[in-house]
Design a protein around this ligand. Sequence first.
Ligand SMILES: Nc1nc2c(ncn2[C@@H]2O[C@H](COP(=O)(O)OP(=O)(O)OP(=O)(O)O)[C@@H](O)[C@H]2O)c(=O)[nH]1
Ligand SMILES: [Mg+2]
Length: 380
Amino acid sequence: MVFLTRKLLFPAGKSVRKHLRSHFLDSLRLTVTGGHGGSGFPKIGGVGGQGGCVYFVAKEGCSLKRVSKDYSTKRVKAAPGEDSSKIRLLGRRGKDEQVTVPVGITVIDDTGRTIGELNEDGKTFKAAGGGPGGCSGNSFIGQPGQSRTLTLDLKLIADAGLVGFPNAGKSTFLKAISKASPKIASYPFTTIKPQLGIVDYTDFRQISVADLPGLIEGAHANIGMGHKFLKHVERTRILILIVDIFGFQLSPQHMRRNCLENVYALNRELELYDSTLLDKPSILLVNKTDLDGATQEFDRIKSQLHRLEQGLEGCPEEIRPEKLIEFERILPISARERIGIEKVTSAIREVLDEAAEENLKEPDVEILARKNREFGPKVV
Ligand SMILES: Nc1nc2c(ncn2[C@@H]2O[C@H](COP(=O)(O)OP(=O)(O)OP(=O)(O)O)[C@@H](O)[C@H]2O)c(=O)[nH]1
Ligand SMILES: [Mg+2]
């Protein structure tokens, strides 16, 4: 059947376009079932073995696509417990099933409730418990294991996330700062799946940056690719907003937005998705300053970018944000000509470090001080 469909849909010689073939998977539904409990042996009071459990184990480098391939039926079942017998009064426990999943998975149940987060390598989550073995309490009949359908939702874990309208130069910037080779082109929506790049510093520090597909005005109303990809910046520690110095117009049917309006519109889209994203430290990159007249244009709007609240009245109502984003740095760059890139990479590092210092919560310091008082060296 698969063969027939392939033959009919894609006639000989015409291969499927690569980006259509390799979908980036960031969500997967799996039905997990614990093993059935083994039967007991009523005559001699034998107890059946417990069914095995299903676990999710986070592993660096694993992808949801891999999980989907390994479990093509989208069902995972652990082994049943052993029945009690004359030679083995206590039946053996069923073998557990360990499903290797990528780091950054949120486990969501059928009601939409988040029941687990796997954010570190090696972290495990019990997805389904095994059924109890048969014993006097259940008339020696082994019980079925827990069964439920869970959604594995992947959110990339990167230090910084690139947010911007299409064609702003996000992928060009990622290429300039890392070894990643994302697709770059002059038409909108070149990037259709998130991509990670690693910035290598001379002291061997590494910072990961995620390039995301372009947002468009009205993404909150699911226009374009909608807010689907914004979930990937939920876990990044800083946001990097990129705008084109000369603004952006998606098509002749859309309004042309200048650079300042682009910033307000991005601010608005972030706010409509989740206003707490605006609390993250952020950097604004004004790109394409190599173009003619760009430097003068940047000098003209620089003060307005620094004082966004002052331009709010002039901002069209449909893109006017309620809560304003506060940028730690505003930097002019040319991603294509690699102008100002070093400044950005060191700014990313500084902002990340400042954020980490601020996150060093007071209670932790208090606990440390108390512990030091309790177990530390005593001065006599
Ligand atoms: N002149 C100039 N052009 C640039 C610069 N950066 C990017 N471009 C051009 O802008 C176009 C879009 O660049 P991309 O990096 O694909 O833009 P993007 O933001 O990733 O776009 P999407 O993936 O569609 O959201 C390409 O033609 C780039 O060559 C720059 O600094 N100067
Ligand atoms: Mg791109």
